[in-house]
Design a protein around this ligand. Structure first.
Ligand code: FMN
Length: 173
């Protein structure tokens, strides 16, 4: 189960407890720190459609692609940046243009953090993430966790979001 990680400090706690719950449930969890990967944006050249789904760009997306296709469950984790996901996560999502049909039927989970205390401020983020999953044939939305009002290190500790993440992870299998 790859957890695609955009590298947010507050999100780290949520990801850790989600993964802990998932491991306790018997899942094998692999975290991919995409902020440490080199993934260029999609060129929109459509070469992948003439090339059996292989992108002309050679970067870390080759490895991420194999992990996404092999995974039973995919978790997308990102802080909210200007009402949407991080550029790193968006680049990965756009590059699935070459193979997103091969992700059909998989369950997706979203782990999100933001500075705002208002759940309504996450709506555009959820819409953006669903803009990806709704394009994948028969993809399932497994669940989402929101770490609201995470401004200082430690804010997220012992919050409802952490408890929810642990319980969600535990119920994966
Ligand atoms: C570039 C940037 C844009 C951000 N935009 C938003 C936003 O639109 N809404 C929000 O609530 N928080 C926003 N934040 C705050 C982060 O989502 C929040 O601090 C996050 O939960 C924790 O990120 P950090 O651990 O990297 O500091 C933004 C932060 C950055 C760096």
């Amino acid at each position: 189960m790859p957890v695609f990680d955009s590298g947010c400090a507050f999100l780290a706690e949520i990801k850790i407890v989600f993964a802990r719950g998932a491991k306790e449930a018997g899942c094998e969890v692999e975290k991919i720190e995409i902020q440490r990967k080199k993934v260029a944006g999609c060129l929109g050249c459509n070469a992948c459609y003439k090339n059996e789904g292989v992108c002309v760009q050679k970067d870390d997306m080759t490895e991420i692609r194999e992990k996404m296709i092999a995974a039973d469950i995919i978790v997308l984790a990102s802080p909210i940046y200007f009402y949407s996901m991080t550029a790193q996560l968006k680049a990965v999502i756009d590059r699935t243009y070459a193979f997103f049909q091969q992700l059909s039927g998989k369950p997706f989970y979203f782990l999100v953090s933001c500075a705002s205390p208002e759940i309504s401020d996450t709506e555009t983020m959820v819409a953006a993430l669903r803009g990806f999953t709704c394009c994948i044939p028969d993809a399932k939305e497994g669940g989402m966790v929101f770490g609201l009002e995470t401004n200082e290190p430690g804010d997220v500790k012992n919050t409802q979001a952490v408890k929810e993440a642990y319980e969600m992870g535990k119920q994966l299998i």
